[in-house]
Design a protein around this ligand. Sequence first.
Ligand code: DQQ
Length: 638
Amino acid sequence: MSGRDLDSTHSQFLLSPPRQRHRSCCLIRLLPLTALLAVILLCNPLSNDDTVPVLSPAPPSSRGAAAGVSEKSTTGMLGSAPAFPWTNNMLVFQRTAFHFQPEKNWMNDPDGPLFYKGWYHLFYQYNPASSVWGNIAWGHAVSRDLINWEHLSVAMMPDRWYDFNGVWSGSATILPDGRLVMLYTGSTHESVQVQNIAFPADPADPLLLHWVKSDEHNPVISPPEGIQFKDFRDPTTAWHSGEDSGTWLLAIGSKNDSGEHAGMALVYRTRDFVSYELVAGVLHSVAGTGMWECVDLYPVHTEASFGLDTSAASAPAVRHVLKVSLDDDKHDYYGIGRYYAENNSWVPDDPDLDIGVGFRLDYGKYYAAKSFYDQNKRRRVVWGWSGETDSEQADILKGWASVQTIPRTVLFDAETGSNLLLWPVEELDTLRFAGKNFTNLPLPAHTVKPLEFAGTTQLDIMAEFEMDESSVKATMEADVGYNCSTSGGAAGRGALGPFGLLVLADSIRSEQTAVYFYVAKGVDGQLTTYFCHDELRSSNANDIVKRIYGSTVAVLRGEVLSVRILIDHSIVESFAQGGRTCITSRVYPTAAIDGAAKLFLFNNATNAAVTVKSLTVWKMRPALMRPLDHHLVGEQSL
Ligand code: DQQ
């Protein structure tokens, strides 16, 4: 079924320049009173005056927690911080230029990504009525290249008893004969989490505009005995079991709260996607991790640099990645291990790197990731949701909440043999222009250097740093127990760090977001490198959750320290050492916006002289994000 007549809203957006889209006043009949007030304020011509603070509406009430599902996770962390007098310009600035966002309203998890008949499809958790979580439907957009997007009408609305309280997250499976099955969680009229199926109404339509839910069969899976009604969600893409030609398996996240607060993944077997049988045992379970959301299980090749289909058979050079979104701490963890279909188990290669204690896909504001195998380019691509860390009042004022991070290719890191490499899809590079290269810039200890580069709010930066070997050797004192989050951030000083870049900074650095390395020398003389983001000074506003994020990053012998940073208004995504450690920050500068935003290099170490071996900065064009031009659909020439 297609969305309930949202097309009238699309025509408005056609007339609006992309960076003004949130001002458009539409869907008024769907808006709650508080949101309506915000819309009226945003429509007020007076609000064009940058100096006039936009008035805050009363806080709306998001229903996520009560519904038993995660939503805006920073609500409640802001304490009694007074609302900042946001001006229209500041809020307009926050809208991104090359990250995927719907035209307006609330978005969360990416759902069912796939490549079909020449188009990439992204579905996402979407509230068609407001910019807080609720009324969850599946938004839908298509792209030729994963970067430029055409918005389509809502693919699935919560309009059946079996998804009345929300069309929640799910995944696509493409069968060998090309047929497409979508499995998703429905929160029923009684808030029971069940699994449902939907199919394209017209499989010949490359845009997959209309979807048919199977009223005859839904729900196809209900919570099994012993599982709580609100702890059973987010079916994965199905994989071919290998037992025989027609049997498929898929996993669903859950938890067992009877004893150890253990998160777990249950596996179901099906032949026709209509009848399902629970496979004995659990795929994997970890005590203390709580509810597992958005489980993802996929193979990676340990030697080749291409991706594998979800159904690729186990083989000596194949490992399986198990990714889990932990509802308790709102982070996406992954482990690398072996999958044994015959006894329904996944076993981590290293138990010390199991779910909840090992690697994260991203150490920042990043959650509910979902990957897909792109048969078009033979690669695995993962999408992740980056929510807002501002207040819900601010989201209402903006008229939107959340972005998707740039889709990232996923590869096994054959160099370290232990982790994944996540890297922006190559198509992103097409947005680069006006690149400027700097080489061999000295960065002595305790310096801050402005980088002359005009226009610093949409950037792609690649930088390589080298520490002066003699300062590393001369550092005698052991530096143990460093931790990005608790060790003073960019302002803290150690012998060999921190050093890196300050982005989205104003000229006096009253605001800055620090992206940096910190090297610690252990008692045994070994170096451990940390990669961190410090958001503490990212905004003069206080009604924002600001954190210091990060972790260790492997640096192998002979490697320089390298980082890629994507800056796009209110999001900063960083990839250290080719994507071994990734961090995403949401930031809301008030002074360092538009032409006032600057870039700096800094070295706050007490001893280490650092050289910036090379640094390339590209400006980034805005990606195309617009409602589908129906005129062109027939020609498919977009
Ligand atoms: N979001 C969906 C759920 C999922 C959660 C609801 C993760 O299906 O568990 O919007 O963010």
